[in-house]
Ligand binder design. Structure first.
Ligand code: GLC
Length: 436
């Protein structure tokens, strides 16, 4: 073997000698990196806490969720946007609970879902997590609406109450005061329509969905009628005043005070019609105020309590939303931290200032910054404190479904108001076990 052969062998040998330690070094380095950096990073992955929310509100939530996540790096709060109709969102939560192992840790709940979700055992009790003192800072109706069988299942976030919107400029132009009674409302509407000032008089939610029931309890109250007495389970839908309430709504369509399409409208369709300047009156929730203030009718409308008959008082349906924790959530403590964060006066105020939703905390109704933007808040507090409840019973979803079906049949002329309400009352009685 000459010298160059020896050198060649040496070169070939080199890598063989070197490869082993390099590989070893790499292995040791990788193990160290995994232990030092990757594993800790993996184990510190933020815990995801998720909730489902109506599409419109989902977009409004986004910046607040981002802010929460920035302040709480160990939690990844995530929203899933659902449909806009509250009962469709309720159906999605319901299917998730029925399938078991719900993907939602938090349950962002409409006030009317609480008895059903609590009775079904889908929610965790919250009473141990919050003191009575803290709860007393919220509206009593909102706390009661989150309570079932003496146990708290929902922390209120925002309240709600149906109101009457009216165009101040058009009423001034025609020399009218805002209406107090159903008769005033129809009279002013017809006059403004006749003068060609406006296409429609009054728009409301007439589609067959939960919003129809919410709107209808206000008309019932205005006629001195009721739906179900939650204490006695007595059903009032077939009483003469309740039938008159349906006749009133139907007459607004027949007399063309309301557009024929009103029987297909939910909140958003009616808001758009009002904002486009096509109607003088609108029944809706206060969220419309801030959105309409950015529209072509900005500064030309106001809100007031709903109209009624001369012998009764107006009724606002109590609505509102808050958070519960799903029974199957694997992260109830993190979910509670989210609730705590959004329950503070500061977080609520920020959310309400930007969205125009109604406070649940009493003090926020008179907060100077909120009142500067939403001047109706102090009056709304009184209205909401005397608001009308949809029956807080575990069978609420079915009872509402019955009412929506028959009301819709009467409004679209498939049944007379009397037939429809008699059938609705009968079915509701049998649902509640009061057939005798
Ligand atoms: C609003 C109310 C809610 C009600 C719903 C009806 O979101 O806050 O309580 O059920 O409207 O559409």
């Amino acid at each position: 073997m000459n010298i160059s052969q020896q050198l060649g062998r040496l070169k070939r040998g080199f890598p063989r000698i070197n490869r082993f330690p390099r590989f070893l070094i790499l292995l040791v380095a990788s193990i160290a990196a995994i232990q030092l950096f990757i594993l800790p990073a993996l184990t510190q992955q933020p815990v995801t806490v998720r909730f489902l929310v109506q599409a419109l509100e989902g977009a409004q939530w986004q910046p607040f969720v981002e802010k929460f996540n920035a302040k709480n790096p160990d939690i990844n709060l995530e929203i899933v946007a659902g449909p806009n109709d509250t009962n469709l969102v309720e159906d999605l939560y319901t299917s998730a609970f029925l399938l078991g192992d719900s993907p939602y840790d938090l349950v962002y709940m409409d006030i009317v879902w609480v008895p059903k979700f609590a009775a079904a055992g889908w929610l965790r009790a919250l009473s141990d997590r919050v003191s009575q003192d803290k709860l007393s800072e919220f509206l009593q109706g909102d706390v009661d609406g989150g309570t079932y069988d003496g146990e708290l299942y929902r922390m209120p976030l925002r309240s709600d109450g149906g109101m009457l919107y009216y165009r101040t400029d058009l009423l001034n132009q025609a020399g009218y005061e805002p209406p107090e009674t159903f008769t005033d409302l129809v009279k002013i509407s017809k006059d403004l329509q006749k003068q060609g000032i406006v296409d429609w008089g009054y728009v409301w939610q007439g589609k067959q969905y939960e919003g129809l029931s919410a709107m209808f309890v206000e008309i019932l109250e205005g006629f001195g009628a009721f739906w179900v007495n939650p204490d006695t389970l007595e059903v009032g839908l077939d009483q003469p005043e309740a039938i008159q309430a349906v006749e009133f709504l139907r007459s607004t369509i027949e007399e063309r005070v309301s557009p024929p399409g009103v029987t297909t409208y939910a909140e958003e369709e009616t808001r758009r019609l009002f904002q486009s300047g096509k109607t003088v009156f609108l029944r809706n929730w206060p969220y419309v105020y801030s959105l309409a203030s950015d529209s072509e009718i900005a500064g030309q409308f106001a809100i007031k309590p709903m109209v009624h008959t001369p012998d009764t008082k107006s009724g606002a349906c109590l609505g509102g939303w808050g958070f519960g924790i799903s029974k199957s959530s694997k992260h109830p403590d993190e979910a509670w931290r989210v609730i705590e964060y959004f329950s503070t006066p500061e977080a609520q105020k920020e959310y309400l200032l930007s969205t125009g939703y109604v406070p649940s905390r009493r003090s926020l109704f008179t907060d100077p910054e909120l009142v500067a933007k939403y001047s109706y808040l102090p009056e709304l507090l009184e209205v909401i404190e005397q608001s009308v409840l949809r029956p807080p019973i575990a069978q609420y979803a079915q009872a509402s479904d019955i009412l929506q079906r028959y009301l819709s049949a009467a409004l679209t002329d498939r049944m007379s108001p009397e037939e429809a309400m008699q059938a609705a009352a009968k079915e509701t009685r049998s649902l509640l076990g009061r057939t005798g």
